[in-house]
Design a protein around this ligand. Structure first.
Ligand code: 13P
Length: 248
């Protein structure tokens, strides 16, 4: 972990929680949290305002998706302007569930990232390969293509945190080994060096997601190019605090 990059831990609640469980999460999030870690929770749209109002101010709140324009006839969508109006600063975009369950293509995700940045949000774009792609030795090709699609729409890298989430590790209990994750993170950083510039490569946080738990987070957090985590299931439980404090 480079000292240049502040450790970053995001919780992605996905489509889970209600006011009662969010209250419980808010309680444990008041626990002893390392101030050297930047923490953001991604909550369902309908609870953005509630979560923002009740979560400690030091913890960021993210939407889990938003559309590529500011307003209009797009039934069921929300815009970055609305996320901001709810008091939130972040959005997770291109999560593997958006890509694979809702068939969002690279171009749409890229346009969403571009508009969210223009609107002033900070963005966590997600990338990652499927099991058959890894087994076919196509991991690099897949994640580089996902990065390439994002590139034209990223104006300000200081407001971007890249989440590498191998699809085969999400919700499966099958975490990438620290070596597997480090290998892809290092390649992504090298890709940034070659396709953006050295400063962006050194300063951009690349976080790992996929079955991160309090049991495996410390070994992962020791790796040079792993700058934090995006956590699904474990972010709903008090154990999340241990993951936030993985480098303590
Ligand atoms: P799990 O931590 O539940 O595997 O989910 C990872 C994820 O998708 C975070 O965005």
């Amino acid at each position: 972990m480079s000292s240049q990059r502040k450790f970053f831990v995001g919780g992605n609640w996905k489509m889970n929680g209600d006011k009662a469980t969010i209250n419980e999460i808010i309680e444990f999030m008041k626990g002893p949290i390392n101030t050297n870690t930047e923490v953001v929770v991604g909550c369902p749209q309908c609870y953005l305002m509630y979560t923002r109002q009740h979560m400690p101010a030091s913890i960021g709140v993210a939407a889990q998706n938003c559309y590529k324009v500011a307003k209009g006839a797009f039934t069921g969508e929300i815009s970055p302007a609305m996320v901001k109006d709810c008091g939130c600063e972040w959005v997770i975009l291109g999560h593997s569930e958006r890509r694979n369950v809702f068939n969002e293509p690279d171009k749409l995700i890229s346009d969403k990232v571009g508009h969210a940045l223009e609107a002033g949000l900070k963005v966590i774009p997600c990338i990652g390969e499927k099991l058959e792609e890894r087994e076919g030795n196509r991991t690099e090709e897949v994640v580089f293509a996902q990065m390439k699609a994002l590139l034209p729409n990223i104006s300000d890298w200081s407001r971007v945190v890249i989440a590498y989430e191998p699809v085969w590790a999400i919700g499966t209990g099958k975490t990438a080994t620290p070596e597997q994750a480090q290998d892809v993170h290092a390649k992504l950083r090298q890709w940034l060096r070659e396709n953006v510039n050295a400063q962006v490569a050194e300063s951009t946080r690349i976080i790992y997601g996929g079955s991160v738990t309090s049991g495996n987070c410390q070994e992962l957090a020791k790796k040079t190019d792993i700058d934090g985590f995006l956590v699904g299931g474990a972010s709903l439980k008090p154990d999340f605090v241990h993951i936030i404090n993985a480098r303590t």
